[in-house]
Structure formats: C-alpha cells, structure tokens
Design a protein around this ligand. Structure first.
Ligand SMILES: [Zn+2]
Length: 321
C-alpha cells in the first residue's frame, strides 16, 4: 500500500483556503475497492478500505452510510472528533460523471447508467453529498496535499486498469463536456490492439497497466505490468519493447496536451507509477523530445498513490473536482 504522508506543518496554501475546522470525508468508489479518508485542515486523520459491493449501483446509499459510521467510530477517529459529526462528504466514481447535474452518467466498472446519486443517498445519509469524477478529484487531491502542491498547471494520468486524464490550468481542474478526460480512448496506434471500448489502437490498449500485462502474456510470458517493469530493469528485450511502445504512446498523447495547456508537471499515478524511475525517466525523455520547451516538462509520480481520489473527494467543494 502506498504510504500517505500528509504534511501538517507545511499545509499548502490552497488547503488553508478551506473553511477551517471542518471534518471532511472523501469516498472513492472503485471497481473492486472503496477508499475512504477523513481530513481536517489538510491533515488526513483516518483512511481505510472497503470492498466495493458488486451491486453498488443499488447499494451505494447503505455503503456511504456505513463508511460514515465507521469514520465516526473511535476506531478511525480521535474520540474528541466523534461528537461533532461529519461536515462535508464527497463521493467520486470512475467513468462518465456529470458534476454539474450531479449524475453518474455511465460506469462500466460499477454497472450503472445515469444514476442520480443524491436520490440514491437520500434516506441513508443526512449530510449533503457532492459527486465527482475519480481522476479529476485525484488531481485536486494531489494539488492540495500531494505531488502537485504549489503547481497550478498539471496533467494527471493514472495508469491502471483504465486510463483517464485530468488537466489543471491556472489552478483550476478543467471540466468541459461529459467526455472530459477520456484520453485513454484516443487512437495512438493505427490498427493497434483492440480496446475495451471496441475500437483499435486506443492509448489505454497500448499503455494502460492491464494492456502492458496482456501484451506480455500474449507473448507467452507470465505476470502483469509489475512483472514487465521488473523485466525491463533486468534487461529483458521483450519487456523493453513492450515498455518502450507504451512510453512512446504516452508521450505522443501527452505532448499536444502539454503544449496546448502550458503544463508544467505531468503526474503519473496508478499501478504503472509504482515502476518509479523505470517509467518516469524514459517518459520524461520521450516528452522532452516532442516538446518545444528547452527543459521539457517535469514528470513525477503521484504523491498520494491510491488515496488521491479520496483526498480530492473530501475537498470537492473547493474545486471542480
Ligand atoms: Zn478505447
């Protein structure tokens, strides 16, 4: 598990701007696991995981009620905090999210379509709940308490089972139409591998962690993306070829976004980011080759790891998360 390292003595300015003293809870509902954090004044007081129920589309109300009860239990929070209750709750989900109308439009992983989350939670949760997109919230979390603290122009791309992106310009998370962030389904390799979306050569099908592992196994090897990164470090030519193809595809997709938005920091998250320098160094070099800026752009791994979405969820009222 990635260690979360809040820095209470150096709380970023953007976190200080939040109303002080509020107990904030963020709930990041993933395909298999739900991540929960409780935060006050930029300090993460508690964090824990729950399995995401298979029928979460109909049980999201009880799920959120249950995690709030857990947050307020002395198991997860200092006893002095349990009397005051939770002030803010944010729930973030993958897929297509319409934050403006607070509807979870579509999620293949969670099995829902056009879910009115406020209605689904009514009767289960007394605190008002804000709904957000997991990756946009992840960027917000990284900006407040993670590796993007102090940087206002950031591209955040978790590389996991799926691949979506979030962009921050001038300190604001960009949110346009419902398709915002679907970088994973941009075609980068004509006639490339089939993607889960039914099209061919999508970035996700070449450079997502699942895709990298699948290409490795299709070549007769065993393991997943983590195995491939270890094999790259050991000098395995097949691993190097799969890895390089992924890195080149990522750089091809990122460079136009970076150049258009004036991005200063590309933040990589998800399972692939655990490869550390094995991913970040070649990605930095590949981006620098493609960009007009002399020093390219900074490339770093997510600072909050798998908790970035939950941390952002707890602060959805502070930005377009
Ligand atoms: Zn696709």
């Amino acid at each position: 598990m990635t260690t979360l390292q809040p820095t209470p003595s150096a709380t970023p300015a953007s976190a200080v701007d939040a109303p002080a003293g509020l107990l904030r809870v963020g709930v990041d509902i993933g395909g298999t696991r739900t991540k929960v954090v409780a935060v006050r004044d930029g300090v993460v007081l508690a964090r824990f995981l729950r399995p995401t129920p298979r029928d979460v589309a109909v049980t999201v109300g009880p799920l959120v009620a249950d995690v709030l009860a857990s947050v307020l239990s002395t198991e997860h929070l200092p006893a002095t905090d349990t009397a005051s209750g939770v002030d803010r709750v944010g729930v973030v989900v993958p897929g297509i999210v319409d934050e403006e109308h607070q509807r979870a439009v579509w999620s293949a992983n969670l099995g829902w379509r056009d879910l009115d989350v406020a209605a689904a939670l009514a009767g289960h949760v007394a605190v008002p709940v804000l709904l957000g997109h997991d990756v946009r919230a992840g960027l917000l979390g990284e900006h407040l308490l993670g590796a993007a603290a102090g940087v206002d122009d950031v591209l955040f791309v978790p590389l996991g089972t799926g691949l979506a992106a979030a962009l921050m310009t001038a300190g604001r998370v960009v949110r346009g139409s419902e398709w915002t962030g679907e970088l994973g389904h941009v075609r980068v390799v004509p006639d490339g591998p089939e993607c889960g979306c039914g099209r061919f050569g999508c970035l996700e099908a070449v450079a997502g962690a699942t895709a990298v592992g699948r290409r490795w196994r299709e070549a007769g090897r065993e393991g997943d993306a983590r195995t491939v990164s270890a094999a790259v470090e050991a000098g395995d030519p097949l691993a190097a070829s799969i890895w390089t193809a992924a890195v080149e595809a990522l750089a091809d997709a990122f460079a136009p976004v970076v150049a258009t938005a004036g991005t200063r920091l590309v933040l990589v998250g998800g399972g692939m980011a655990q490869a550390g320098a094995t991913l970040l160094d070649p990605l930095r070099a590949a981006l620098a080759e493609r960009l007009p800026m002399p020093d390219g752009v900074a490339v770093a791994a997510s600072g909050l790891g798998e908790w970035s979405g939950a941390v952002g969820a707890a602060h959805l009222d502070l930005g377009t998360g």
